[in-house]
Design a protein around this ligand. Structure first.
Ligand SMILES: [Zn+2]
Ligand SMILES: [Zn+2]
Length: 199
């Protein structure tokens, strides 16, 4: 069985300060907190993962029980995230993560407060052709409301209709086969990733 280690969000406060961002969310002990999904969405938009404006933020709810509390595992290197519903234990890959999960070394996300249950928002930055360029995964800790973007990754193939959920992209074909192409990971700074031990 794979050993899951705790993955803690990077220091988002510093990023927001550098951007001179005036956000609706509040700062608590040097970290950003929010009360609801709107605050999380604001945070994801202001965070601008990859440096690209985020056009869509989609609130994730379980497609089986419609719950909105999840445990989350990510591989920040591979660009892969899975969420596990607290209510019914259904597992859902985020964006195109299903295509990469076999190669992923997933780590469980944990808030600095120790909380491991989150509400989840996914941010989508689009390019001029209205294709997804960047995906970011924002989490709000259900214990203390702390906000963070826990991972993000670039999408450099097209079309990307399969990446976007219906809510953000009302086009006709979001359930076709896996997209062709490859993705690159950005070797960004400040990624305090701790790798899971080899199985
Ligand atoms: Zn569920
Ligand atoms: Zn917390």
């Amino acid at each position: 069985m794979r050993c899951l280690k705790r993955y803690v969000a990077r220091d988002t406060f510093t990023l927001l300060s550098l951007l001179g961002v005036d956000v609706a969310v509040r700062k608590s002990a040097g970290l950003w907190c929010g009360d609801d999904f709107d605050d999380l969405a604001t945070y994801i938009r202001e965070h601008q993962a990859g440096g690209y404006p985020v056009q869509h933020v989609v609130e994730i709810s379980c497609r089986h029980c419609h719950g909105s509390a999840f445990r989350v595992t990510v591989d920040d290197e591979e660009g892969c995230a899975l969420i596990l519903c607290e209510g019914c234990r259904a597992e859902t890959p985020i964006a195109d993560s299903a295509d990469h999960v076999e190669d992923a070394a997933l780590e469980e996300c944990g808030c600095p407060c120790g909380g491991e249950a989150f509400s989840v928002g996914v941010g989508y930055a689009m390019n001029a052709d209205n294709e997804v360029r960047w995906v970011s995964l924002g989490l709000r800790c259900l214990a203390d409301g702390r906000l963070g973007v826990y991972t993000d990754w670039k999408i450099d193939y097209a079309p990307t209709a399969t990446v976007l959920p219906v809510a953000a992209h009302p086009g006709p074909s979001i359930s076709s086969g896996p997209p062709q192409g490859r993705r690159d990971r950005r070797a960004g700074p400040g990624r305090a990733v701790r790798r899971a031990a080899d199985p």
